[in-house]
Design a protein around this ligand. Structure first.
Ligand code: NAD
Ligand code: TYD
Length: 348
């Protein structure tokens, strides 16, 4: 059985990727390495925990000795690296946590992979999952392509950019076989309620204010998480060695328009009078260094690998809202404990 390491598989995107790989590829043994930060949650993947081709390992990618021993024990032929600190607002208050996990953690994985294969990389692959935020901010026009120059503005995007550079450098310098993808904003089930969509769904359920940063005229390109998992599967198996692919939803929304749409759908789902939830919108102090607009040109992955999103935004949003409404216990569990401290610090 081919041994594949997926990092960050208890998080939002990682859990969808782990599930897909475990179910679709019985010929692989999937090892899910996750340290279980506030964003990691084994409930996200409880449905596959007893599968014979699946093993969960609790561990920290920042711990080089641990990572080295894990690689020498299991000789992973493929790595799909998603573990990261992922929230821009947290990177503004604690940038070093992002340097540790996103930069040093990635370096530890690269070094361990390089050490076990000693240049014999035939049939091996290191897949680094990154974000469109490394490209910085767009004005009103244009799209990010794979050749757009890196220009990160937040500690989060700077740490992801740094890790992307190291992955490419290891490819050039040591001949390490890698693929890299830069994806736009994801949304969907199992998303920790600190990012815009899940936070606002949770607040609407609880009749709490919806804190829109600045004037709300910031634009993001949204992709349903399962469509990202499909793209990751495709790139891992069919992507060209040493290539980068942009992944996006062809789906740009200004925050304020998205929030109004969300309010309308939630009113319907919750049986509230249309116009109830929109009254919760509260404009709050802007995020420092707030990127105006992200938008992806995903034509390369579309034309070379035949990938495109399978759901419209309205369909994806409805699936997402339905998931949150029928997983109250999940939502309750992740919003008890430390969550309230984070929320008070960030918003009060
Ligand atoms: P997430 O925060 O939901 O999950 C991250 C996971 O990594 C968690 O399970 C956490 O416990 C684990 N982790 C964190 N530090 C670790 C460490 N030191 N050692 C081991 N595990 C650790 O993040 P996500 O939204 O699922 O993002 C996954 C990846 O996709 C990240 O690399 C992120 O940069 C990238 N990405 C995310 C988005 C998005 O919209 N969420 C978009 C594009 C790219
Ligand atoms: P977020 O979900 O944090 O993703 P990212 O910053 O990585 O794009 O934020 C998406 C957009 O929503 C971004 O423009 C910031 C904005 N936002 C708010 O207006 N209020 C909030 O409470 C949050 C979390 C985000």
């Amino acid at each position: 059985m081919k041994k594949i390491l997926i990092t960050g598989g208890a998080g939002f995107i990682g859990s969808h990727v782990v599930r897909r790989f475990v179910k679709k590829y019985p010929q692989y043994h999937i090892f899910n390495l996750d340290v279980l930060t506030y964003a990691g949650n084994l409930e996200n993947i409880s449905d596959i925990e007893n599968e014979l081709n699946y093993t969960f390992i609790k561990g920290d990618i920042v711990d080089a000795a641990f990572v080295d021993s894990l690689f020498s024990e299991h000789q992973f032929e493929g790595v799909v690296h998603l573990a990261a600190e992922s929230h821009v607002d947290r990177s503004i208050t604690d940038p070093m946590a992002f340097v540790k996990t996103n930069v040093i953690g990635t370096m530890n994985l690269l070094n361990a992979f390089k050490t076990i294969w000693k240049g014999d990389f035939d049939g091996k692959r290191f897949y680094h999952i990154s974000t469109d935020e490394v490209y910085g901010s767009l004005g009103a026009e244009g799209l990010f392509t794979e050749t757009t120059a890196y220009d990160p503005n937040s500690p989060y995007s700077a740490s992801k950019a740094s890790s992307d550079h190291f992955v490419r450098a290891y490819g050039e310098t040591y001949g390490m076989p890698y693929v890299l993808t830069n994806c736009s904003n994801n949304y969907g089930p199992n998303h920790f309620p600190e990012k815009l969509i899940p936070l606002f769904i949770n607040n609407i359920i609880n009749n709490k204010p919806l804190p829109v940063y600045g004037d709300g005229n910031y634009t993001r390109d949204w992709l349903f998480v399962e469509d990202h998992a499909v793209a990751i599967d495709l790139v891992f198996h069919d992507g060209e060695n040493h290539e980068t692919y942009n992944i996006g939803g062809f789906n740009e929304w200004k925050n304020i328009d998205l929030v109004k749409l969300l309010c309308r759908i939630m009113d319907e789902k919750l049986g509230r009078v249309n116009g109830t939830s929109v009254k919760l919108i509260t404009y709050v102090k802007d995020r420092p260094g707030h990127d105006l607009r992200y938008a992806i040109d995903a034509s390369k992955i579309n034309t070379t690998l035949g990938w495109k999103p399978s759901v419209t935004f309205e369909q994806g949003l409805e699936k997402t809202i339905d998931w949150y409404l029928s997983n109250e216990e999940w939502l309750h569990n992740v919003t008890s404990g430390d969550y309230q401290n984070y929320y008070d610090k960030q918003y009060n």
